[in-house]
Ligand binder design. Structure first.
Ligand code: HEC
Ligand code: HEC
Length: 234
């Protein structure tokens, strides 16, 4: 290459890099022996210290509502999860895990990475979403194995996720009440199969031998849970 051409291509390089679509980073998750679930480090720690403001959160949420919808309800076929009424701690953890590459979500990353959303905006969105009412018309299952689903739920899940699917804000256990059936079933399978890399190892142990039929039965039961203090009016 002649010298001028080389200089020219070096000059063009940064522009090319900037134009490339942002790639989600990848960091160690449950597949790694070093993995610690919910470690108090990185962005989760940083964002948790910020005070969120719901009004600003409403503005910042505009970048999310194309998928998660203005009501926060996502889509009932489970493509996009329901977020309204979720604990702010859980929103912050899931966002930090996605932005730092412990939870793979290449579809969402271009709209949620550090290149477009600031830590303060995440703190703001988290309060905005937590204050929203949980819609009642979420996607439900077929209703054919609810007795089995209930048995499994009270035996294996209720200890962490709560009688009404209310989770535990302080422990970063998500609200499951009002979540779409198909999303719930997909997450249980992904957690079981090690594909959701930010999963809680104690939960993995519980679901590791669940056949698909049991994942679906328990997901159907959970999709009908109601958290009275955050549920929308009928
Ligand atoms: C292009 C669509 C898209 C956009 C835009 C988007 N998301 Fe998502 N989001 C998704 C998908 C898909 C999932 C579920 C991934 C999976 O199946 O595990 C998700 C999951 C989440 C979760 C995890 C929910 C849970 O219950 O664990 C949170 C929190 C979230 N999104 C917040 C946001 C916020 C905040 C924004 C805006 C800054 C945003 N999303 C923008 C597609 C999107
Ligand atoms: C030891 C506590 C524990 C037990 C027991 C447990 N879970 Fe979980 N579960 C969690 C935690 C913690 C998360 C969130 C993990 C993370 O940080 O991403 C979670 C996440 C989930 C999710 C994904 C929620 C979302 O918003 O993306 C589903 C669905 C779920 N659990 C279902 C179940 C079912 C069904 C059972 C019983 C068969 C169960 N869990 C048992 C702790 C538990």
């Amino acid at each position: 290459m002649n010298k001028n051409l080389l200089l020219l291509s070096l000059a063009l390089l940064p522009a090319t890099l900037l134009a490339a679509p942002p790639q989600q980073p990848k960091s160690e998750g449950i597949e790694s022996p070093n993995y610690v679930w919910n470690a108090d480090t990185g962005e989760k720690k940083e964002i948790s210290k910020l005070k969120g403001n719901a009004e600003r959160g409403k503005e910042a949420y505009q970048g999310c509502q194309g998928c998660h919808k203005p009501s926060g309800a996502g889509i009932s076929d489970g493509t996009y999860p329901q977020l309204a009424g979720q604990h702010s701690t859980v929103i912050i953890k899931q966002m930090a895990d996605t932005r730092e590459g412990r939870r793979d979500n290449p579809k969402m990353f271009p709209f949620a990475g550090k290149h477009v959303v600031t830590p303060q905006e995440i703190a703001d969105i988290a309060v905005y979403l937590q204050n929203m009412k949980i819609p009642r018309d979420n996607g439900k299952g077929l209703g054919t194995a609810l007795a089995r689903g209930k048995d499994l739920y009270f035996k294996d899940c209720q200890v962490c996720h709560g009688e009404n699917g209310e989770g535990n804000a302080a422990k970063f256990y998500p609200v499951l009440a009002g979540q779409h059936y198909k999303y719930l079933a997909r997450e249980i399978r992904d957690i079981r199969d090690g594909k959701r890399r930010n999963a809680n190892p104690k939960m993995v142990k519980v679901v590791k031998d669940y056949p698909d039929a049991d994942s679906e039965a328990v997901a159907d039961y959970m999709s009908r849970l109601l958290m009275p203090e955050r549920a929308a009016e009928k």
